[in-house]
Design a protein around this ligand. Structure first.
Ligand code: SIN
Length: 293
């Protein structure tokens, strides 16, 4: 008997649904290995029919690796590594939505997360989908001249870029103390598990590209974003109660949609999975060597 059924959600290996697995129960090492192989192939996995408490959600996330702390310590819920996502009314009738434009999570860290996962607590009656775009396919389709132009370029990622398309939730005093300094990351990275190249972009946090004039750097990021967010690279997730969705923060960008009735609560638990710092150090060195050549 097979452990679970997996159904691809697109024709381009971005997103797959997993049916028949109860993440409250023990998951064997063999099944964990299989799940991780499917994750490296599909980049976004949707586990249907789950009902997880914060500690159970944290344990489910650990199938993919040790968990990582969020910037905003003040939005923790029920477990030291579990945070919550919900719309916040910042002034009468005006709401802040976490993740409301395409980005990858915590890219201002020296070692940003491998993955992020969300699990439903409460959903609006319509809207609030999460969109994912495949950054491997976006890279592969770039014209050769663009690939050559961006090879070896590094972007400076800060907590909130002065060019960010949206305002982030302000940091509390305690959270601000733990913020890492601005960090350089290559625009093109190689995925440590599947070996494919991908674009590593985040307009919320990118403030500069080394060796480029500000206006040229901004124009390049805008050009790459327009290319990478085309529908042909997308899996659009329509949430159903009981979903746990995990995505690879290296191979996809994501965005939440603010198209629902703000009087209805959209509430999800959120965790992040650590990446291996060795991948980032190795890539930083490769980029430097390329720049020097
Ligand atoms: C996020 O970007 O962290 C949240 C995404 C979502 O709520 O769909």
């Amino acid at each position: 008997m097979s452990d679970y059924t997996i159904n691809p959600m697109t024709s381009h290996e971005t997103g797959a649904e997993i049916i028949g697995l109860d993440l409250c129960r023990h998951v064997s090492d063999e099944v964990k290995k299989k799940i991780n192989a499917d994750f490296a192939k599909y980049h976004v996995l949707v586990f249907r029919g789950q009902k997880l408490t914060p500690p159970q959600f944290a344990a489910a996330g650990e199938i993919f690796g040790p968990l990582m702390q969020h910037h905003h310590k003040e939005v923790r819920i029920g477990h030291p590594d579990v945070y919550e996502v919900k719309q916040t009314e910042i002034e009468p009738g005006k709401y802040r939505i976490a993740g409301g434009s395409f980005h990858t999570d915590h890219s201002n860290h020296p070692c940003p997360p491998k993955a992020t996962a969300l699990h439903t607590v409460s959903l609006p009656s319509y809207g609030g989908d999460t969109q994912f775009v495949n950054m491997h396919d976006a890279y592969d389709d770039l014209p050769e001249a663009t690939k050559q132009r961006i090879a070896g370029l590094k972007a400076l990622h800060v907590f909130e870029s002065k060019f960010s398309p949206r305002k982030l939730r302000p940091l509390s005093e305690d959270s601000a103390k733990e913020l890492p300094p601005p960090t350089l990351h290559p625009l093109v990275r190689t995925h440590p598990e599947n070996g494919r190249k991908f674009l590593y972009l985040n307009p919320v946090r990118i403030e500069a590209i080394t060796g480029m004039e500000e206006k040229d750097a901004l124009a390049l990021v805008a050009e790459l974003m327009a290319h990478a967010t085309q529908k042909k690279y997308e899996y659009r997730h329509k949430w159903i109660m009981g979903d746990m969705v995990i995505w690879d923060d290296r191979s996809v960008m994501h965005q939440a949609n603010a198209d629902y009735d703000m009087k209805e609560l959209r509430h999800l638990y959120r965790i992040m999975v650590e990446d291996n710092p060795k991948h980032w150090i190795a890539e930083g060195e490769k980029t430097l060597a390329h720049a020097a050549a």
